[in-house]
Ligand binder design. Structure first.
Ligand SMILES: *[C@@H]1O[C@H](CO)[C@@H](O)[C@H](O)[C@H]1NC(C)=O
Ligand SMILES: *[C@@H]1O[C@H](CO)[C@@H](O)[C@H](O)[C@H]1NC(C)=O
Ligand SMILES: *[C@@H]1O[C@H](CO)[C@@H](O)[C@H](O)[C@H]1NC(C)=O
Ligand SMILES: *[C@@H]1O[C@H](CO)[C@@H](O)[C@H](O)[C@H]1NC(C)=O
Ligand SMILES: *[C@@H]1O[C@H](CO)[C@@H](O)[C@H](O)[C@H]1NC(C)=O
Ligand SMILES: *[C@@H]1O[C@H](CO)[C@@H](O)[C@H](O)[C@H]1NC(C)=O
Length: 485
């Protein structure tokens, strides 16, 4: 266990070790290269913020990892994490990934564990599709999204865990998705494409200060989980890449996503909770979700989408300070007959939008069913949707709001929204059907189904004052002592 360090005992020894190092280096110079057996150590520590700090540390290089972009490191990652999992009940462990290109297949996380990617560390997802493990479809979806059967496991996967941190100094997780997108377009996939990170049935999760690029499909997927902090992440994928959603909170409680910069080919944030009869049976909503300081560029999708898979329900979503540029819609609710479930108590305050096809979009006829066994009487309930303090420019259509005939979307409130229309804007700025609600201080003038309450009610649409549990999470300052061979 030579590579293991007890963090707290270390600091006192720093000076001493540097002296030892100088001596060993002297020896190495004299005996030239190839002297791998003597381990000299340079100590160099750094700090980061996390929900918990760890007592034990190791680097991927301690497990034979090679960051040359060519060596496959799947076994090194899995061996490291399996080994470190034994410290779960003894203060937990952190695994450090130094600068380099670390080619790897999928690996599984463990509890009381931190994965830390240094600034110039890049995890490169293996392109060996045949060697990629396949797991069951999500129970709340019944089917894979790309193909009926199973799905390729995510690059970084975790199930039934507690207290997991995936963070770094803006290190990168690169899905090398082009090959997968090609197979998807060519209908050559036997199973649903992998995500970059999926955490299932877990609690107390932090994903922060990382860059995700070129995911094969969705990027970050917490599902059936709670108490999730996602902070300071950048997500980049070509704007035409298929289904490269940014973050998909799915049947999760207490999630806080903030300071995210996302450029993608699909929704920047897609809030979900299961698909048709499978999602209804599973019955697990997404609730108490905070999204703050999101910047989104997604010309073919939404900054924040609710659905279309929402059969377990979505409630109490609070979005603030949303910026979208060259994005199809600001907030979009998508659902269909057969979904069941609900979308209710949605609060959005403060959106700055530039170059939008629609600012607001809702559709009740999204289709896209898991299979033909959905219940034609499972009508989704869409109720209590509040949007306020919105400034948009270069807008083609202000809103397209279409509920379900006989089952209108109700309690819609839009206040203090100024939408500057594009030179080539459509003549009809609002299209509304099967919806009920009010507006106040909205320009251009809303449709008749959302009667204007007058300009003095700019604060008409509610935004909750009381904070949620995720607001009081306190991050600790943690440290890691690097050592080099
Ligand atoms: C992310 O990085 C920023 C700036 O470097 C730092 O202030 C913040 O504490 C970090 N957050 C987390 C959760 O690591
Ligand atoms: C990771 O976990 C999944 C789900 O339990 C399992 O199918 C897979 O074999 C695990 N992978 C490894 C490398 O243990
Ligand atoms: C995790 O726990 C759930 C039940 O809570 C169980 O159905 C599932 O099989 C477990 N998954 C794994 C990968 O261990
Ligand atoms: C992280 O890296 C990405 C990609 O290089 C960059 O766009 C982003 O600005 C960086 N974030 C921080 C906080 O440095
Ligand atoms: C306005 O939007 C159109 C697309 O609708 C785009 O081509 C144009 O560049 C935008 N103009 C500005 C000033 O951003
Ligand atoms: C209206 O929205 C603007 C832009 O977000 C904001 O600055 C202003 O405070 C809002 N007005 C009221 C009365 O809330």
């Amino acid at each position: 266990m030579e590579w293991l360090w007890k963090s707290n005992s270390l600091r006192l020894q720093v000076t001493e070790k540097i002296w030892v190092l100088a001596v060993v280096l002297g020896v190495l110079t004299l005996t030239t290269s190839g002297v791998e057996s003597r381990k000299a150590r340079i100590l160099d520590s750094f700090e980061y913020s996390a929900i918990s700090c760890r007592a034990h540390s190791a680097s991927i290089t301690d497990f034979g990892g090679v960051g040359d972009g060519l060596t496959l490191n799947t076994k090194a990652f899995q061996a490291a994490i399996n080994q470190l999992s034994q410290y779960g009940s003894d203060g937990g462990a952190q695994l450090f990934v130094p600068a380099g290109k670390w080619l790897t297949g999928s690996f599984n996380l463990t509890s009381h564990f931190t994965l830390y990617l240094q600034k110039d560390a890049v995890l490169l997802a293996s392109q060996d599709i045949a060697g990629w493990p396949v797991i069951d479809p999500l129970p709340s979806y019944g089917h894979g999204r790309d193909a009926a059967g199973g799905r390729y496991i995510s690059l970084i996967f975790g199930a039934n865990l507690t207290d997991v941190v995936v963070t770094g100094d803006n290190g990168t997780i690169d899905g090398q998705g082009a090959l997968w997108w090609q197979k998807f377009h060519g209908k050559k996939l036997k199973y649903t494409r992998p995500y970059l990170i999926e955490i299932m049935h877990s609690d107390n999760i932090q994903i922060s200060n990382l860059t995700f690029v070129n995911s094969p499909s969705w990027n970050v997927h917490p599902v059936y989980s709670s108490n999730i902090l996602i902070q300071g992440i950048t997500i980049l994928a070509p704007i035409t890449s298929p289904n490269t959603d940014g973050v998909n909170p799915d049947s999760c409680t207490n999630t806080r996503i903030e300071d995210a910069y996302i450029v993608s080919g699909d929704d920047c944030i897609a809030v979900k909770s299961g698909w048709d009869e499978y999602g209804i049976a599973y019955g697990m909503p997404t609730k108490q979700l905070i999204v703050r300081r999101l910047t989104c560029i997604s010309p073919y999708s939404a900054a924040i989408a609710l659905g279309s898979e929402m059969s377990g329900g979505i409630e109490d979503v609070r979005a603030e300070d949303i910026t979208a540029i060259n994005t199809e819609s600001g907030i979009r609710i998508k659902t269909a007959v057969g979904r069941g479930g609900y979308v209710k108590d949605i609060y959005v305050k403060g959106m700055t939008l530039h170059t939008m096809k629609w600012v607001f979009k809702m559709n009740g006829n999204y289709g896209s069913h898991a299979d033909s066994h959905y219940d034609p009487n499972a009508f989704p309930v869409i109720q209590g949707i509040n949007y306020r303090d919105i400034v948009a420019e270069n807008v083609t259509i202000a809103a397209r709001l279409e509920g379900i005939p006989g089952h209108p979307f109700s309690g819609i409130c839009i206040s203090n929204a100024t939408m500057g229309m594009a030179r080539k804007a459509k003549k009809v700025a609002w299209t509304c059907a099967d919806i009920e609600g009010i507006t106040s201080g909205v320009v251009p003038q809303p449709c008749g189904l959302l009667p204007d309450q007058g300009p003095e009610k700019l604060e008409a649409c509610h935004f909750p004052e009381e904070s949620l549990a995720m607001d009081s999470i306190e991050l600790k300052r943690c440290s890691y002592q690097k050592k080099y061979l």
